[in-house]
Structure formats: C-alpha cells, structure tokens
Design a protein around this ligand. Structure first.
Ligand SMILES: Nc1ncnc2c1ncn2[C@@H]1O[C@H](COP(=O)(O)OP(=O)(O)OP(=O)(O)O)[C@@H](O)[C@H]1O
Ligand SMILES: [Mg+2]
Length: 510
C-alpha cells in the first residue's frame, strides 16, 4: 500500500512528515494553555482535508472557524516555512460545515432518546444505580410496547407511565420505585435547563453527512459549536461526542488496513470525557477507541495534560504531539516526568528538559512508522496553517452557513407521533372509557332504583354491578388492542434500536 505522507512541520531546514494512515492509531495533542494546541489541530485538520479525509471537531473556544477562510501571508510565516523546508505559503481555506446543538451557529445536531440509549443517558443524567435501573425499565417497556422514544417529552411520558403502572408492570419487570422515577424526572428537568431539549428529536443526524467531500475531492471539515454547551453541560458535551463515536462505529463498514483514514475526529477538552465517568463507562470508552480503528476512524484527544486521559486509552495512542508544559508545582513536575517517560527514547533529545522549554508552536512529536513502530521523539516546530488563525466574523460565518449543501435538511424539527403522543392518547382514552363506564354504572343504578321502587327484585343489583365491571374491563381490552395496532403502525419503518448502545455500550445494567 502506498504511504501517504503529511508534512506537519520541521526544524533546521528539514521537514517532518508523518504517515497519514497511522491516524487510525489515534493521537494526542497536549500542552499548557497558549502553547499551540489549537493551531496544531488546525494544521492537522486542513492537511487531512486536502488529502480527501473528512474531519469532525468540536469547537470549544470558538476559534476554529478560521479553517473556512484563507490565511494571510506574513513574512514571519514564509520565513518559518522555508526553514522547515516547506515550499511557499499558499493561503487557502477548507470546505467546512458548521453544526450547533442549539441550531443557531450551524445546522442543529439531533439524536433520539432511543439512539442515545440508557447507558449514556444515565450518565448524562448522573443517575444512581437504582435510578439507572428505572431508566432501563423505561427503555424495555417502550421496546416491548412498541413505543418510540424520540425526544425528552417521550422519556418523561414513559417515566410517568411506568411509575403510574408500577404494580402491573412490576410483575414483569421487577420492582419499580416511584421514588426513583421521581428522581429521574427531576434530573431530566436539569438536563432540559441545560439546553438538551433541542438535541433530542428528529430529524436525527445522518452520519454520512459528516463524511462529505467537495467537488475537488477535499474532505469537508465539520465544526461543532460547543462554546455554550461546554459550560452549560459538560456532561452532555462528552456524552454527545461519545454517542457520535458509537454511531460511527455502528454505521461504518470494516475498513481493514487503510491508505487514509475515513474520518478523523478531534476531541477538544478531552478530560471532560473521562472526568467522573463511572468505571463501566470508562471501560466502554476504551473498548470503543480500540475497536473504531478497524472502521478507519482516527481520534485525536486534545487536552492540557496527557495524564487527563486514562492509561488504557493513552496506551493506544500512536501519535503524540506534546507542546510545552509548565513545571511550577511539585504536581506539575511529577506530570512532566510521567509524560516524558511515555515518549519513545531518542538519545538526541532530553524529553524531560525539553517539555518545559518548548516555545509556542514548538512540540515533541512521536508517531508510528509503516510497520506501526513508534518513531523516535523529535523536537520540531509545527507548520503554520494555510487557513486563517482565528475565527470568522459573524457575517462571514453566516454567509458560509447560508451556502451549506445541507441547508434545509436539519433546520426544522419534526415532532413525530411517539411515546409522548401515544401515551397521552392512551391516557385520554382510558379516562374517556372510565367516564363512560361510570355513566353506565350510574345509569344502571338509576334503573335499579327505579325497578326497586316498582317491585322488589332479589339480588339483581349485585349482578348488574358485575356487568358494569365487565364493561370496564372489556373497554380497556379493546382500547389496548386498538392502541397496539396504531403503535405498530407508528413504529413501522422506524428503528427503535439503540444503536451501538445496544451492542457495545448496551451490555450494561441488563
Ligand atoms: N504552529 C504555529 N505557528 C505559528 N503560530 C502559532 C503556532 N502555534 C501557535 N501559534 C500562535 O500561538 C497562539 C496560541 O496558540 P493556540 O491558540 O493554538 O494555543 P492553545 O494551546 O490552543 O491554547 P489554549 O489552551 O488556551 O486553547 C496562536 O494564536 C498563534 O498566534
Ligand atoms: Mg486552544
């Protein structure tokens, strides 16, 4: 297989190239604040794009939109490029698509509750074990009854339904605690307040829309505006990205050995993914990172310290780009030592000393060679991007968004008939049936009274009452079966599967 080399920087008149196919072995960009992580991410992303590889990134600080516009030439940049043995500066932007969970600064990104699945949701809602159990019950009951869980309204309705029918459902699904149901509903409110409402529903994001190339064969760079989300709900941010990874894993075919990755994913503020994640979830993340490689997807974690990433994940990362770290406190110095030890040795580079002395844009780099062996660590300068360093202004961004090829596809939410609507109808029908039955009973009682007054019938009242009870039961049965049919119809053609969460992430708690 041909090697596709990517120039990422250089030093002293010599360029540094990495084998682009090795991106599927994943990577890490680390460094203290202001040391050049974002620019490195930008340089890598635009190089992947020019090679025809689509890219997805979460824009945490709002400084990545510049990828869409050409950078301007500067004598210092030209000089640095020459020094890296990279021929001349060519200002050029990349094809970009903007996404935004809120739908304001890009296409809205949505998924359904059932696609998200109980494990990730339980994590997003920070549920306890028994509350998680209740959530799993909601999913199972919905599945068994053919109720679609699309948005938060559906989940709320389902929790209420399960709780209202705890006694009946408990026979099949085990103890259902009203206290847990109340707690889950309260947590759901918090998530709603954090802006999750728009995120759940339809039309759900099609993964293929993140893997587009433009007419010239450049990979499209998908930029997710995460500026608000990250402060409002860091948990939702990480859960969303994890869901995205699992969807990618689920929907992409096995890729085998690839010349180039199918998609490269940049995970900024990566520590948020791991902070406080329960052990079960961490294990699943590690598993996902390991498995997704076979689908040709590369993941780059971006964080201040590589130690933000759990050891089992860190051990899987083929490419390491380490910008400067500070060593002010004893804890800092410990980190520096540990990070230095994680690099493959090079007798020409004193890694521990270099880490604290790197200039802005300078980094220690180790990658993998063709056979997958780590290359000796090198101290280089990262190549400045050809796109703009710094964000687009509001007008420029609006203009890009207005020309999006996906315009109109996701912009308006669809509220299909799902659990909320069906359960509402069910409750209304039940109330109506009860009302009717009550009226019938009253009528019968009136009749009885009238009959009693006319003569002296024996024991009839009791029998009549029995007939009234039978009516309620039969009414409920017929509603049940009609409803059943309409649910099946509503569910036709729609997947109620839970994506990977049913397979990879779904094994938990079952
Ligand atoms: N490779 C580079 N070539 C030229 N200039 C660079 C390079 N890397 C960084 N810079 C300069 O340094 C500034 C800070 O870099 P950057 O925003 O990438 O830091 P960061 O590590 O992402 O910081 P933070 O942690 O605050 O997000 C950039 O705006 C740019 O001016
Ligand atoms: Mg940054």
């Amino acid at each position: 297989m041909a090697e596709r080399m990517m120039i990422i920087g250089g030093v002293g008149g010599k360029r540094t190239e990495i084998n682009a196919s090795m991106a599927v072995r994943h990577g890490m960009i680390a460094g203290a604040t202001g040391t050049g992580k974002t620019i490195t991410l930008q340089t890598l992303a635009e190089n992947f794009s020019r090679m025809g590889v689509p890219v997805f990134m979460a824009d945490v600080k709002g400084d990545l939109s510049g990828l869409a516009e050409a950078g301007v030439e500067h004598p210092k940049i030209t000089e640095r490029l020459a020094w890296m043995d990279v021929s001349g500066f060519r200002g050029a932007g990349c094809p970009t698509l903007f996404w935004d969970l809120e739908g304001k600064n890009g296409h809205p990104v949505r998924t359904t509750i059932s696609e998200m699945g109980p494990l990730l949701l339980a994590n997003a809602l920070e549920l306890t074990e028994s509350q998680t159990g209740l959530l799993y019950t909601c999913f199972r009951v919905a599945d068994d009854q053919g109720l679609l869980l699309l948005d938060l309204k559906d989940l709320r309705a389902m929790i209420k339904y399960v709780s209202d029918n705890a006694r009946e459902l408990g026979k099949e699904y085990g103890l259902i605690s009203a206290v847990s149901a109340g707690a889950v509903a309260r947590q759901l409110l918090i998530l709603e307040e954090q802006g999750a409402e728009q995120f759940f529903g339809e039309p759900a994001l099609a993964i293929s829309d993140l893997m587009i190339k433009d007419f010239s064969g450049n990979g499209v760079i998908n930029i997710l505006d995460a500026t608000k989300l990250i402060s409002a709900s860091p948990r939702l941010y990480s859960i969303f990205l994890l869901w995205l990874l699992s969807e990618l894993y689920e929907s992409l075919p096995e890729a085998g050995e690839v010349e180039l990755p199918k998609l490269v994913f940049f995970f900024d503020e990566a520590h948020l993914l791991f902070d406080q994640a329960p052990k079960a979830l961490l294990e699943k993340i590690e598993q996902l990172v390991r498995l997704i490689r076979s689908k040709g997807v590369g993941i780059f974690f971006v964080s201040q310290s590589p130690l933000d990433v759990p050891e089992d994940v860190l051990g899987q990362l083929g490419m390491k780009i380490q910008h400067a770290l500070r060593a002010f406190t004893p804890k800092d110095r410990k980190t520096v030592k540990a990070v230095a030890q994680s690099f493959p040795e090079n007798p020409d580079v004193d890694v521990e000393e270099a880490i604290t002395g790197l200039a802005v844009g300078e980094a220690l780099v180790s990658s993998l060679d063709r056979s997958g062996k780590p290359t000796p660590v090198q101290r280089i300068f990262i190549r400045p991007p050809e796109s703009r360093m710094g964000p687009l202004d509001v007008k420029e961004k609006e203009e890009k968004i207005s020309r999006s090829p996906l315009k109109g596809k996701y912009d308006t939410a669809i509220d299909a008939e799902s659990a909320h609507e069906v359960l509402l109808k069910k409750a209304e029908e039940k109330a109506m049936a009860e009302e009717k039955a009550r009226e019938e009973l009253e009528r019968q009682e009136e009749e009885q009274k009238a009959e009693k007054a006319a003569s002296q019938p024996k024991g009839r009242g009791r029998q009549r009452q029995g007939a009234g009870e039978a009516f309620i039961k039969s009414a409920a049965r017929s509603i049940g079966s009609q409803l059943g049919r309409s649910i099946v119809k509503a569910a036709l053609g729609k997947s109620i599967s839970r994506g990977l969460l049913g397979s990879i992430l779904g094994g938990l708690g079952k």
